[in-house]
Design a protein around this ligand. Structure first.
Ligand code: ZN
Length: 219
């Protein structure tokens, strides 16, 4: 049983994936984790990826797919449940992922689309603040510091990460939706697409998620 999580930044799908890992022992595969692990292990693909990242370039699809292939090709991996978190990002990657799954005699059984009102999501992301000293994160609405704009621990002025800036978020979102709409369509045609209202509180979202996944995990 293989699951894909789709959703733009800020919908909390990574948190939900981690909760599933903790409760059901499934394996999470995110591009970020794959890259970090490969670089740390110093594998040939990892070294290539490191080069791209150090030059500030985007890691190409083929390389990411190579890492996915490596990860799922360990013996018996067709018996495990993987959660692909934020991957595939576009229809080409989805087609390649289907081929990789076929190679291990498995397939994507369920795709979950985490939905949230776009303005709500943007305001959540643009409200994030960080302590430059201890890296602790806050939110101007949902997780306020005790004193306005000061870190609870260091009393240092909080900052906004440059990629949490509203115009940067909007620009990135436009690119995201351009690639994701056809991806959703691709999975919808296969009748494996389900959606979850990600604007609910975290524990409610998790219950919705379990309702979709538990019957399949038990099967
Ligand atoms: Zn701090």
């Amino acid at each position: 049983m293989q699951i894909v999580f789709i959703g733009p930044p800020g919908v909390g799908k990574g948190t939900q994936a981690n909760m599933l890992v903790d409760k059901y022992g499934v394996l999470k595969i995110s591009t970020g984790d794959l890259l970090r692990d490969a670089i740390k292990a110093g594998s040939p693909l990892g070294n290539q990826a490191k080069g791209y990242m150090e030059r500030g370039e985007l890691v190409p699809d083929e390389l990411v797919l190579g890492l996915v292939q490596e990860k799922v090709s360990i013996p018996q991996s067709n018996l495990k449940t993987f959660i692909f978190d934020g991957f595939p990002r576009n229809i080409q990657q989805a087609i390649e992922l289907d081929k990789i799954m076929l190679n291990i005699h498995s397939k994507i059984n369920l795709v979950i689309d985490f939905t949230m009102d776009e303005e709500d999501r943007i305001s959540r992301l643009s409200g994030r603040r960080m302590c430059p000293k201890c890296q602790r994160t806050y939110h101007i609405k949902f997780s306020k510091p005790k004193v306005d704009n000061l870190c609870d621990i260091c009393s240092v002025q909080l900052v906004q990460r440059s990629d949490d800036n509203e115009s940067v978020i909007r620009q990135r979102s436009a690119v995201y939706w351009e690639h994701t709409r056809p991806l959703l369509e691709y999975y919808k045609k296969q009748e494996i697409l389900k959606s979850i209202d990600a604007s609910q509180p975290i524990d409610k979202v998790f219950i919705s998620l379990e309702n979709l996944i538990a019957p399949l995990l038990g099967a």
